[in-house]
Design a protein around this ligand. Structure first.
Ligand code: GLY
Ligand code: MN
Ligand code: MN
Length: 456
């Protein structure tokens, strides 16, 4: 099955260029004083058990500004004679370590293939950074990621503070640069969009493969294996977030994690799974009957969620506020549930955030930004008002309905008992309207019924 599907993925786009990393760096440095410095660090490695590490994934800000994915690394930038220079501190090449743990680009590799001006072994960090901090007026550094880097910064600042006490010029301050970087990351470049589109295509095919492998008697984990197997087969680094694979009442648990139940013959399976390609996330949810045929009740809810999603996607337009898709989805869902007799309030009452009945069945937001992080950075309400969409912004659109009859807090209508449906796509805002990056993933009732259980 995968051999045929591989042909559908197409070739991968070129990686982000060195020039683009330089331009990202320049856009950040243009907002920083010339006597200030910037420090970014890689995420710490985390332990699965004893000497086994979790798969490593660095900090997205570090990836965004340098493209450097290795652990135990720090980026540092300062302005020398009016020109910003970027230094990377990295794990040096070490044959014995590389025999055990894998290849390292080292100092030489960093200088040759990355957008940096200088590179040094990570062991030099304390002395070189200390020197730089002693010369600067402010350190842009996000504390709380790596304690040892925080202590280098605070120790150097304290030393500097004492020196400054002598000449009265006051202490050096620390400022978190992440809000400035988030504003840059919020607007995706054409090259970034191509990475995201590639991840989205792979995730779309993975969902289709999962649909095709569905049949009565499958278990959630078997379907999960198909989807995640395809992520790796197609050349991504794997999932962008742990997959949610839930059948029947498990589909009504928003962040269901166990993924280990057998699927009942007449149940809907809800899969929220997306791959990560060169650090960029995709995020898709599809819901389908495991046996390939929607019941009438499942169809009623499915079509309603799909209608609400299409109404929400139509709101993804330049100049619209960020909450426009959410409000459109809520309105369609509430109108539909009133027609189906589930909601007994009038439309306006049902939409009330405190006492409206809609939130019994639709309790989450419709959208989040997506990019290097699946829940990407970027303030939703700058100055307290919803942000207006601009070309290049990417968000998910993911309405759903969840009728868990196990819930003690609501009376679940018998007809819809234990049906959970979410439909999620990734949308790029463009001047010519919404561009759905995940549009190749099947989602109409007719498409799904013609695909489930049928091989490629
Ligand atoms: N996959 C997590 C989410 O949809 O937000
Ligand atoms: Mn999402
Ligand atoms: Mn999702």
């Amino acid at each position: 099955m995968f051999d045929d599907a591989r042909a559908l993925v197409g070739s991968a786009p070129p990686p982000i260029s060195i020039d683009e990393f330089r331009s990202r760096q320049s856009r950040l440095f243009s907002q920083i004083g010339s006597d200030e410095i910037v420090i970014l660090c890689s995420s710490p490695e985390t332990i699965h058990s004893n000497d086994v590490h979790h798969p490593y994934r660095s900090q997205s800000d570090m990836i965004y500004l340098t493209g450097w994915y290795e652990p135990e690394s720090v980026m540092f930038a300062e302005c020398i004679d009016g020109v910003w220079k970027v230094t990377l501190f990295v794990q040096p090449k070490d044959t014995l370590k590389e025999i055990w743990e894998g290849r390292r680009p080292g100092v030489e590799g960093a200088l040759k293939d990355w957008a940096v001006d200088f590179a040094y072994p990570i062991g030099d960090l304390r002395s070189r950074l200390g020197d730089a901090i002693s010369r600067c007026s402010k350190v842009h550094h996000q504390t709380g990621i790596r304690n040892e880097i925080d202590s280098i910064v605070t120790d150097a600042i304290q030393l500097r503070g004492r020196a400054r006490q002598m000449n009265g010029s006051g202490p050096v301050g620390i400022e978190d640069p992440s809000a400035k970087i988030a504003e840059l990351r919020l607007r995706k470049s054409p090259a970034e969009i191509e990475q995201m589109r590639h991840a989205s295509i792979i995730s779309s095919i993975a969902h289709e493969a999962a649909m095709r492998s569905s049949m009565s008697g499958r278990t959630e984990n078997q379907i999960q294996a198909i989807i995640e197997g395809f992520f790796v087969f197609a050349g991504t680094s794997g999932w962008a977030y742990p997959s949610i694979v839930g059948c029947g009442e498990n589909a009504t648990i928003l962040h269901y994690k166990e993924n280990n139940s057998p699927c009942g013959d007449d149940e809907i399976i809800l899969i929220d799974a997306g791959s990560e390609f060169r650090g960029y996330a995709s995020d898709i949810t599809r819901s389908w009957p495991i046996n390939g045929k929607f019941t009438d009740a499942q169809k009623e809810l499915y079509q309603l969620v799909l209608d609400s999603q299409e109404a929400a996607i139509a709101e993804c337009k330049v100049g619209n506020p960020f909450n426009a898709p959410h409000e459109a989805a809520r309105r369609v869902l509430a109108e539909g549930l009133i027609k189906l007799g589930v909601i007994t309030q009038n439309l306006e009452e049902s939409l009330d955030n405190e006492n409206g009945q809609l939130k019994n069945w639709y309790m989450h937001n419709t959208s989040h930004w997506i990019g290097l992080d699946v829940h990407d950075v970027g303030i939703y309400k700058p100055n307290g008002e919803p942000r207006l969409f601009e070309s290049g912004m990417c968000l998910t659109v993911e309405p759903g309905l969840y009728f868990g009859s196990w819930r003690p807090d609501v009376d679940c209508p018998e007809r819809y008992s234990n049906i959970g449906i979410r439909i999620e796509d990734d949308v790029l805002i463009t001047e010519s309207g919404p561009d759905v990056l995940t549009s190749s993933c099947p989602k109409t009732i007719a498409e799904i019924e013609s695909i489930v259980g049928k091989s490629f």
